[in-house]
Design a protein around this ligand. Structure first.
Ligand code: KIV
Length: 261
């Protein structure tokens, strides 16, 4: 059953919200089977799947492609589509781009930063919005934790309030001190989803490639539940060895000479 913004709102303070990013159809299929209630097609796709140095290289066309793939894999799961860099530069541009992601299959839209006019405009046009504050990779100059000084912590608290007031139904808090995330979570009515923001948020999100151990760099606040990169390497080596020794495809061909399929 596809959950709606109000369902997530009801979960605040009672049921921890599980969110994972997804970029491809087969992964989305497994996440829906695992009953993950909310998938984020994040612009992290640019770094973890496309090999870009920064999420700033991601375009709206890339996002449409990935949102559509995830929708095909997870037809009954709430999907958030992430607006990439500068596609939310003003309320009208953001509305056009948000509509493109909704047409591709998203149920709601996420955007980075305290863009209250943009959020309010999308909400006025019946688009459910997720905010994002703390470390905001589209504009950050480093991936270090933010909000460590009193003034930066205040900035992030103010941004979270602004995002809520503008009408967002949820906010992602990225890479901030745990006490700051706790304070924001207690002060807001909408659920907070943490990534590198400690245990007190209303939910947690992980980049799926980090959780799978797929890639060669994982942020220190992420957890690798497996090491899929090692498995890919192992399968590639075994296949290569079997081709060279002519074991493959003989070892999948039945005695009558026809393949299993
Ligand atoms: O783009 C993304 O995947 C994100 C998560 C890291 C929250 O914004």
């Amino acid at each position: 059953m596809k959950l709606k913004p109000d369902d997530f709102y009801q979960m605040k303070g009672s049921t921890p919200i599980t969110m994972l990013t997804a970029y491809t159809c087969p992964v989305a299929r497994s996440l829906e089977k695992a009953q993950i209630p909310i998938l984020l097609v994040g612009d992290t796709v640019g770094m973890v799947e496309m090999g870009f140095e920064s999420t700033r290289d991601v375009t709206i066309e890339h996002m449409e492609y990935h949102v559509a793939a995830v929708r095909r894999g997870a037809p009954t799961t709430h999907i958030i589509g992430d607006l990439p860099y500068e596609t939310d530069i003003n309320p009208e541009v953001a509305l056009l781009n948000a509509k493109r992601l909704l047409s591709a299959g998203a149920d709601s839209i996420k955007l980075e930063g305290p863009k209250d006019e943009v959020i309010a405009h999308l909400v006025k046009n019946n688009i459910a919005v997720v905010g994002h504050t703390g470390l905001t990779p589209q504009t950050a100059t480093s991936f270090k934790k933010v909000g460590r000084t009193a003034s930066d912590a205040k900035r992030i608290e103010d941004e979270a309030q602004l995002i809520q007031q503008a009408g967002a139904f949820m906010v992602v808090l990225e890479h901030i001190p745990y006490e700051l995330a706790l304070g924001i979570t207690s002060a807001l009515k909408i659920p907070t989803i943490g990534i590198g923001a400690g245990p007190d948020c209303d939910g947690q999100v992980l980049v799926i490639n980090d959780a799978l151990g797929l890639g060669d760099y994982w942020p220190p606040f992420s957890k690798q539940y497996d090491h899929v990169s090692d498995k890919v390497f192992d399968v590639a080596q075994r296949f290569s060895n079997e081709v060279k020794s002519r074991e493959f495809p003989n070892n999948i061909i039945s005695l009558s000479g026809s393949s299993k399929g």
